[in-house]
Design a protein around this ligand. Structure first.
Ligand SMILES: Cc1cc2nc3c(=O)[nH]c(=O)nc-3n(C[C@H](O)[C@H](O)[C@H](O)COP(=O)(O)OP(=O)(O)OC[C@H]3O[C@@H](n4cnc5c(N)ncnc54)[C@H](O)[C@@H]3O)c2cc1C
Length: 503
C-alpha cells in the first residue's frame, strides 16, 4: 500500500473522497482560492483504493471477558478519560468499576431539555455531569494540539469503532457533533458492561477514605483512577480536605461570541459582500467556515476557544447560582450561527493568595456575577460586540442560538478589568486581521469560565500516581494534564496502562 498527496479544488476533493479511501484531509483557506489537501490510499501501482474496499481501516479492538478477572481498577468519573481508561482495562483483562455522579444518557437528555427550556438546573445531571461526562453533549471536535502524548490515532479509531463517521479517521479537524455523541458514548458503556465491567450511575464519591473502606476490604492494592473533569469543585474540595496534593494552574476565562455564520464564511473564505460563493455548493464541499484567533494584550494571551461553526450556545454550568456558557454543534453544523469562546489567559500569580483552590473561587465569582446580571437563572447577560468594545449599552440584542434566553447587560462595565479590557483590545486586533469581525451583528454572552481546569493534581511523571497518595491516578482534564476530548481520552488510556503495569 502507498499514499498520494493532492492539492485540489473543494469540488474535486469532495468528488474523489466520495469514491476513494482517504488517509488525510485538510482545508487551506489562507489564499483567496480555497484549496483542499487530500491524501488518498493507493495500491503499489498507484491506483486509488475504493472507499468500500474490504481492507480493514484499522486493527479491531480485542476485548477480554473480565467478569471473573483477578484484578480490578476503580474509576471515578465516566467522561472520556474514565471511559477510555475502562476500555483499556478490558483490553488488558482487568475489571473496571466506575462511579459516576450523574445519570445515564437517556435520563440526562431529559434534564438537559428542561435546562434548555429554562425549567431548572439539576446540579448532578447537566452538560457537565453524567454518562460520558462533558464529552457527551459537547461539540465533539476531535483534535489535540499535543502529538506527544501517545497514540492519538487509536483514540480516533475507538470513536469510529463505536459509531463515529469515517471522517474522524482522516480529517485534520475531525468533528462528531452533539447529536451523534450520546449514542457513541452509550455503545462504549454497553461494551464495558457486556464484558464484565461495572458502572454505578448517580453515585458521587464524597470521600476517598470511605471509598477505600467500602471497596478495598482485603484488596488493599486496588488502584483508583481519578477522572473527575474540571467542574466538580466540591470533589476538589473533598480531595484537599483528605490531604491529596493540589496546586493552582493557569486557565482562561471570558465570554462566548456569536456571529451570523454567513458573515464568518464571508470573512474566512474571502467571499464578496453579498456573502455569495462562486460555487453555490462550496459549503457542502468544505463545511461552514471556522476560525482560530489569538493575540497578546498586556502580557496575556487573548484567544478564541472551541469554535463551533453552525452551532449553538448552551448553558454549561453545574451550580445553581452561576451562569456558564459553552458551545456545541450538531453533526451537520448547519445552524445559521457561528460561536466561539473568547477568553483571556489567567496565570496563578494573577490570583491573590496561595490557596491551591483559589482559581476555583475566581471562576465561581465570575459565574455568580453573570448569574446576577442575567437576572433570572440561566438567562445569560449579553451585549452586542461593537457596543461592548465601545462601552455602550445595547438597546436591542440580536437573535441568538442560546435557548434559555438572553438579556441586555453592560458586560463592558461588570467584567473584571483584567478580562474585559483585554477582550476589548483583543476584538479590535481580530478586526484588523478580519475586517468586519467587530460588528454589532455579533453578540457576546457571559461567561465562558470553564474552558480549562484551574487546578492541577500533581502526579509522578513515570508512575502517573498522585505525588501525595499512592495508587491514586489523577487523569484527564480535571487533573490538569489534558484539555479536550481526545487528550483526556488518551490520558485515561495512559493512566489505565500505568495502573495495570503496577501489578
Ligand atoms: C458544551 C461543551 C462543548 C465542548 N466541546 C468540545 C469539543 O468540541 N472538543 C473537545 O475536545 N472538547 C470539548 N469540550 C470539553 C470536553 O468535553 C472535556 O475536555 C472532556 O469531556 C474532559 O474529559 P474528562 O473525562 O477529563 O472529564 P469530564 O468529561 O468532565 O468527565 C468527568 C466526569 O466525572 C464525574 N464526576 C466528577 N466528580 C465525581 C465524583 N465525586 N464522583 C463520581 N463522579 C464524578 C462527572 O459527573 C463527569 O461525568 C466541550 C465541553 C462542553 C461542556
Amino acid at each position: 500500500m502507498d499514499q498520494v498527496q493532492l492539492i485540489l479544488s473543494p469540488k474535486e476533493a469532495y468528488e474523489l473522497a466520495q469514491q476513494f479511501r482517504v488517509v488525510k484531509r485538510s482545508v487551506d483557506a489562507r489564499q483567496r482560492e480555497l484549496k483542499v489537501h487530500l491524501t488518498l490510499l493507493t495500491d503499489d501501482e498507484g491506483r486509488y483504493i475504493p472507499r468500500d474496499s474490504a481492507i480493514p481501516l484499522y486493527p479491531a479492538p480485542q476485548w477480554q471477558d473480565v467478569h471473573n478477572a483477578s484484578h480490578e481498577v476503580i474509576i471515578i468519573g465516566a467522561g472520556p478519560a474514565g471511559l477510555f481508561a475502562a476500555l483499556t482495562c478490558i483490553e488488558h483483562g482487568v475489571r473496571p468499576i466506575i462511579y459516576e455522579r450523574g445519570k445515564e444518557v437517556s435520563e440526562r437528555k431529559r434534564d438537559i431539555a428542561l435546562l434548555n427550556r429554562n425549567e431548572g438546573l439539576n446540579p448532578e445531571s447537566n452538560y457537565c455531569f453524567g454518562e460520558g461526562g462533558a464529552g457527551t453533549f459537547s461539540d465533539g471536535k476531535l483534535f489535540s494540539r499535543s502529538k506527544k502524548r501517545g497514540d492519538m490515532q487509536r483514540v480516533m479509531e475507538l470513536f469510529h469503532y463505536f459509531g463515529a463517521p469515517d471522517t474522524v479517521l482522516y480529517e485534520a479537524h475531525a468533528h462528531i457533533g452533539s447529536d451523534k455523541l450520546p449514542g457513541i458514548i452509550r455503545r462504549m458503556c454497553e461494551c464495558i458492561l457486556a464484558h464484565g465491567g461495572e458502572i454505578h450511575f448517580e453515585t458521587c464519591v464524597t470521600s476517598l477514605e470511605e471509598l477505600k473502606i467500602q471497596n478495598y476490604k482485603l484488596k488493599i492494592d486496588t488502584p483508583v483512577i481519578l477522572a473527575i473533569g474540571h467542574s466538580a469543585h466540591d470533589t476538589y474540595r473533598m480531595l484537599y480536605n483528605e490531604g491529596v496534593a493540589l496546586e493552582t494552574k493557569g486557565f482562561a476565562m471570558g465570554v462566548r461570541c456569536e456571529h451570523p455564520q454567513a458573515l464568518i464564511n464571508q470573512l474566512m473564505f474571502h467571499l464578496d459582500e453579498s456573502r455569495k460563493t462562486k460555487d453555490e455548493r462550496l459549503i457542502d464541499y468544505v463545511g461552514n467556515a471556522s476560525y482560530s484567533l489569538v493575540t497578546q494584550v498586556n502580557g496575556r494571551g487573548v484567544y478564541s476557544f472551541c469554535m463551533c461553526p453552525g452551532g449553538h450556545i448552551v448553558p454549561a454550568g453545574s451550580e445553581p447560582n452561576g451562569c456558564v456558557v459553552n458551545g456545541m454543534s450538531a453533526s451537520h453544523r448547519n445552524s445559521p450561527y457561528a460561536n466561539s469562546g473568547m477568553v483571556v489567559q489567567i496565570n496563578p500569580e494573577d490570583i491573590p493568595g496561595n490557596d491551591p483552590l483559589r482559581g476555583l473561587a475566581m471562576q465561581e465569582e465570575l459565574e455568580r456575577l453573570a448569574f446576577e446580571h442575567g437576572q433570572t437563572p440561566n438567562i445569560a447577560p449579553a451585549q452586542r460586540l461593537k457596543d461592548f468594545v465601545e462601552g455602550k449599552e445595547s438597546k436591542t440584542i440580536p437573535e441568538c442560538s442560546y435557548l434559555p434566553g438572553i438579556v441586555s447587560s453592560r458586560l463592558d462595565q461588570w467584567l473584571p478589568a483584567h478580562i474585559g479590557r483585554r477582550l476589548q483590545q483583543g476584538f479590535r486586533d481580530f478586526d484588523r486581521k478580519y475586517p468586519g469581525f467587530l460588528t454589532n451583528e455579533a453578540v457576546i454572552l457571559g461567561v465562558e469560565s470553564r474552558s480549562s481546569s484551574a487546578v492541577r493534581i500533581p502526579r509522578d511523571r513515570e508512575t502517573m500516581q498522585s505525588i501525595s497518595t499512592p495508587l491514586l491516578y489523577p487523569c484527564g482534564e480535571g487533573a490538569g494534564y489534558a484539555g479536550g476530548i481526545t487528550s483526556s481520552a488518551l490520558d485515561g488510556i495512559n493512566a489505565a496502562k500505568a495502573a495495570i503495569g503496577n501489578w
